[in-house]
Design a protein around this ligand. Structure first.
Ligand SMILES: [Zn+2]
Length: 192
């Protein structure tokens, strides 16, 4: 204990000041304890929250992956089916299911409207895949069984292959609608 005190004297630092500083230090430490604890807890909860969010995000991502996989499977199955089942069989099934609601169905499309759409608007091409088609089929975007009208904006000229896809929902209604709207725009601008 002799030596430190001598150093203090040498440097002319009063012992009282040192003691006071020490006491003040302890006091501050004691006073700030609850605040420090609070901050620690806050950090901890933030970390927990982050972990939880990460977990939820991972689950969401996983769900999306599963959904995408299911969709791919479905499309593959439909493609396989459309390859395996000949088109004439398909159209028969189609007619049978529609036959039940015959009374509510819209009348068949008039032949002259069909021809006008095929020759004038579609220019003898499938309006979906744009391939030249000699055996055109008229597809109702809103089906006749649902009261879909025989109007140019509800009828799309398709090749048998695309028609089958459209009937099975492989090509969605909204996509057909979108494509048809573009055709209608072009058509009206030509005929104007
Ligand atoms: Zn086509």
């Amino acid at each position: 204990m002799q030596l430190p005190l001598q150093i203090l004297e040498f440097r002319e630092i009063p012992l009282e000041l040192l003691v006071a500083l020490c006491l003040a230090g302890f006091f501050l430490y004691y006073i700030s304890a609850p605040f420090r604890k609070k901050r620690r807890e806050e950090k901890e909860t933030a970390r927990e929250k982050y972990k939880e969010e990460q977990k939820i995000e991972r689950i969401e991502r996983y769900k999306l992956q599963i959904m995408a996989r299911e969709n791919r499977k479905k499309v593959r199955r439909q493609r396989l089916k459309s390859l395996l089942i000949p088109s004439f069989l398909n159209s028969k099934i189609h007619r049978d299911t529609w036959g039940q609601t015959l009374s509510e169905k819209t009348d068949p499309t008039p032949e002259n409207l069909k021809n006008e759409l095929y020759f004038e608007r579609a220019n003898q091409h499938c309006e979906w895949c744009e391939e030249r088609v000699d055996t055109p089929e008229i597809h109702h975007i809103v089906p006749r069984s649902e009261g879909g009208k025989n109007t140019a904006s509800n009828l799309i000229v398709l090749c048998p292959n695309c028609h089958r896809k459209a009937d099975r929902g492989v090509i969605s209604r909204s996509k057909l609608e979108y494509k048809l709207n573009r055709k209608m725009e072009n058509w009206s601008s030509i005929s104007d």
